[in-house]
Design a protein around this ligand. Structure first.
Ligand SMILES: [Fe+2]
Length: 149
């Protein structure tokens, strides 16, 4: 049961993904390979899960309600998700070759993309979505629940 409003739910999910990144950085500093691998897998899956919840549940509802799809804010967000997915793939490749430092270096670029993206979502998109989708939230949050562990 998700007992948060829309904006809180997605904003908290951003913060939790940030926390997963911090855990990965600590693991890399610690140098323990299994711990690094586990932290990377967690970070990557949390990011991908967040994108899926938005692209499959939030954005379609927003687009249907506002009539804004192509050229609208969700189109920009989808494009930025693709950029970040590309970064995650590059980071995966670096992980595969055992180059944890490269993962952290790529992470600097990734973090910049994530911060700019999250700020746009949190200040604009989520605010609009919460207002416009208030009545739909019980149904949407029920769908989102199936993505959570
Ligand atoms: Fe997001």
């Amino acid at each position: 049961m998700i007992d948060k409003q829309l904006m809180q739910f997605f904003t908290d999910d951003h913060r939790e993904a940030d926390q997963c990144w911090a855990t990965l950085e600590e693991a890399v500093n610690g140098g323990d390979q299994p711990a690094i691998r586990a932290a990377f897998d967690t970070y990557k899956s949390r990011m991908l899960r967040h994108f899926s919840m938005e692209e499959e549940v939030l954005f379609p509802a927003f687009e249907a309600k506002t009539g804004m799809s192509q050229g609208g804010p969700t189109a920009v967000m989808r494009m930025e998700h693709e950029q970040m997915r590309g970064m995650l793939e590059q980071m995966s490749t670096a992980m595969e070759s055992g180059d944890a430092q490269e993962v952290i270096d790529l992470g600097d670029t990734q973090l910049m993309l994530v911060q700019q993206h999250n700020q746009k979502e949190e200040t604009i998109l989520y605010t609009m979505a919460q207002r416009m989708l208030d009545g739909d939230w019980p149904e949407l949050s029920a769908k989102l629940e199936s993505y959570l562990d």
